[in-house]
Design a protein around this ligand. Sequence first.
Ligand code: ZN
Length: 159
Amino acid sequence: MQISKNSVVTLNYTMFDDQGAVIDKNHHPIVYLHGGYDNILPAVEAALDGQVVGQVVSVSMGPDEAFGEFDPSLVHEEDVGLFPPDLEVGMMFETRDPETDETAQYRVTAIDAGMVTVDGNHPLAGMSVRFDAEILEVRAATEEEIAHGHVHGEHGHHH
Ligand SMILES: [Zn+2]
């Protein structure tokens, strides 16, 4: 069975940075609903389209196709007094814009001389990556999965 719209795809993946070092790898096979449901990076989804079980696809992506260009306007310095006392580099904070109700994730990247640097970019922003995926299983999605836009059952969504 070829991967096409409304296929449920199970795969193993490894992601590499532009130096060929592994930056991410699944521990359990991941399962997603194929066909533009925004469950996986669009460039990866395009490469998987039409493929079958056993194939390995390798997708090289620039930052624009992967996790976005690095946006310097998302880096802010704030007074340390605005943060909890157990603050550490690497901590994540979520902010909510009261006007748009949109949430944003910020990561603490530096604490120095009473100032905290927070960065709202994805940790992999600005990076070119290679995504290798091995296709383990392909099946047709159920009507309910299509209606929900995600996979149910083992490794899928539970609700
Ligand atoms: Zn559901």
